[in-house]
Design a protein around this ligand. Structure first.
Ligand code: ARG
Length: 588
């Protein structure tokens, strides 16, 4: 269905045309002066030059054409030539009735669906999931859901880091602790035990220990690098250990992501791209894209007009070892072959921006992607603590995601118990749902590229621009609707009427902005735009709610009209928070 703002623009364009001007001047926008009008059109200002007329004269001509408009109840030309507009309450109610009847609440599915792969998550196997990976998961999940809602084919890939030095470090540390394990016997080729020689808890202790030791002991580090190399060469015992590490780790990661309500379509990993490397390297050499530089194989990626130095993309080190680059390029080859994406979007820490510039340029230059394949990078900022430094535990260590979620749930639990609105046995579950909204909204309401301060007190508050405030608003609506039904009311009955008061009209106007907000947020890959829309909508609803006695209204038609409005507001709020990746409880 046609958007509300488009309908307004159409009405204005017709008026321009009837007054003898070009219809392209009829663009209507939200008012800059909400105290004076709801919408405005600045087309007369723009047209003044072309028509060699004073803008106010053009505005006057157009306004004259709007006197009997069914869409606008007021149109006024004001100096120096703006057109101030108020919409007709009847036309507004008509639109909302249509919107309520529409399956997607007036959001149109795209007529040009694209296949978009989204690379988000990026956790490293064997290292605990920490807050650094939180943003990728939260932002990526939201963009994936938005794209899907708009009709695109979104393929989310977790892209596990399972091929780097951390594997060699773990193997080396295991060998130091238990040298007699069968995995370390060179004369043994299998079969290897099915059970891993460690639990997830042990694994999480082994990696930091190994990493710390490697920083102090050069020989140890060398051994770890050698182990990584041997693993990559396919040494059977190391391969078997790698499989154990993967298995134990992935089970744990899945549990964590599930709790975050983040789901990946693909659980691919860096190692999956390795088989594509030899052929890719041969191709890069043969076509002359890559050349040797001090023994290393590189592709030049600097371009004319670069304002800063973009170093070459290194494909193979002088000892023939592949790198993070190599894996990412081979992953692009793999993705093109298996999924034929129109776009690959990476949601990764913005400190990797230069790196991705190199990878993208190399992929494009060497034609690893099609000419029209889009490669895009959404780099997010750091999640800081209140001290402005990267978020840490109270002891100053890296904060594990699980612990962070536990802390937030606990905080919410206390608040919910204090509120006594939920039965004790449901309080834990409710605290998890609300806690998730606190974390996700706290993150998403900030522009992704910026650093932000993770402020537990603020994020868990029921007031202000927070997830819990939105959920509270939704729960409030749900409880009114439930009471209405308990008193014998039928949600399927009744029809939305014209607004009876100013705050009701303001709420209705907010609702019309749903589709443009979602579309705009997806086009700009900016979930924070959905957040600010939702905050405005929730505020508009609460203002209306405080001014209106809904359930005690005597006029049944009026009462059922309000119920329709509430029901639409609830649907818009719930659909939107689903796009952000969380949901509302029944009570809180
Ligand atoms: N594992 C990487 C890290 O922790 C992130 C991976 C991002 N995705 C990619 N295709 N490189 O830094």
């Amino acid at each position: 269905m046609k958007k509300w703002i488009e309908r307004l623009t159409e009405e204005l364009s017709d008026a321009f045309e009837r007054a003898g001007y070009d219809r392209s001047y009829g663009k209507v926008t939200l008012s800059n002066r909400p105290d004076l009008c709801e919408y405005q059109c600045n087309g007369a200002m723009a047209g003044a030059k072309a028509y060699k007329k004073a803008p106010i004269q053009i505005a006057g001509d157009v306004v004259e054409q709007l006197q009997d408009s069914p869409v606008f109840s007021a149109a006024e030309a004001v100096m120096p030539g703006f057109i101030n507009l108020k919409v007709d309450p009847g036309a507004l109610a008509d639109f909302l009735r249509e919107m309520a009847a529409d399956e997607d609440l007036s959001v149109e599915k795209t007529d040009a669906p694209r296949t978009i792969m989204i690379d988000y998550g990026g956790p490293n196997v064997a290292k605990p999931l920490h807050v650094g990976h939180l943003r990728s998961a939260i932002i990526g999940e939201s963009i994936k859901r938005m794209g899907r809602f708009l009709g695109h084919k979104m393929i989310g890939d977790v892209h596990l880091g399972d091929w780097g030095l951390q594997m060699g470090l773990i193997i080396t540390e295991l060998k130091r602790r238990s040298p007699d394990l069968v995995y370390f016997r060179e004369d043994y080729e299998g079969p290897y035990p099915e059970e891993a020689p460690f639990t997830i808890g042990e694994l999480e202790e082994i990696y930091p220990a190994a990493s710390a030791r490697s920083k102090e002991d050069a020989l140890y580090k060398e051994e770890a690098m050698e182990a990584t190399h041997l693993l990559q060469q396919g040494r059977p015992g190391y391969h078997a250990l790698w499989e154990h590490i993967l298995h134990v780790s992935v089970a744990d990661l899945k549990r964590n992501y599930e709790r975050l309500e983040v789901t990946f379509d693909l659980w691919k990993k860096e190692s999956d791209a390795q088989p594509y490397i030899p052929e890719m390297v041969a191709y890069l050499k043969e076509k002359g894209y890559a050349h040797l530089d001090q023994g290393a194989l590189v592709v030049d990626v600097k371009e004319e007009g670069d304002t800063k130095e973009i170093p070459p993309c290194m494909i193979l080190k002088s000892d023939g070892a592949s790198l993070y680059n190599t894996t990412d390029l081979a992953t692009i080859v793999e993705r093109m072959k298996l999924f034929h994406p129109d776009e690959i979007l990476y949601v990764v820490d913005k400190r990797q921006e230069l790196y991705f510039t190199q990878v993208f340029r190399c992929a494009r230059k060497a034609r690893l992607v099609k000419e029209d394949t889009k490669l895009s990078f959404l780099g997010f900022g750091t999640m800081n603590g209140k001290d402005g430094k990267p978020f840490k535990t109270r002891q100053g260590g890296v904060m594990r995601l699980e612990d962070l979620m536990g802390d937030i749930s606990e905080e919410m639990y206390q608040k919910i118990v204090d509120n006594r609105s939920v039965k004790a046995e449901n309080a834990r579950e409710t605290a998890q749902v609300v806690g998730l909204s606190a974390i996700k909204y706290g993150d998403l309401s900030n522009q992704a590229t910026k650093d932000y301060v993770f402020d537990i007190d603020r994020f868990t508050s029921f007031e202000g621009d927070t997830g819990p405030y939105l959920l509270y608003t939704i729960v409030r609506i749900k409880s009114i609707l439930k009471r209405y039904q308990e008193e014998g009311g039928d949600l399927a009955q009744g029809s939305l009427r014209e607004a009876a008061c100013e705050s009701e009209k303001a709420l209705m106007l907010e609702l019309t902005d749903f589709a443009p907000s979602i579309e705009g947020a997806f086009a700009e890959k900016a979930p924070h735009k959905i957040c600010s829309y939702l905050y405005g909508l929730a505020n508009a609803f609460n203002r209306f709610y405080h001014e209106t006695k809904i359930l005690s209204e005597e006029d049944q038609a009026q009462k059922s009209s309000w119920v329709q409005l509430l029901s639409l507001t609830r649907q818009v709020l719930e659909t939107s928070i689903d796009l952000l990746g969380f949901s509302a409880p029944e009570r809180m």
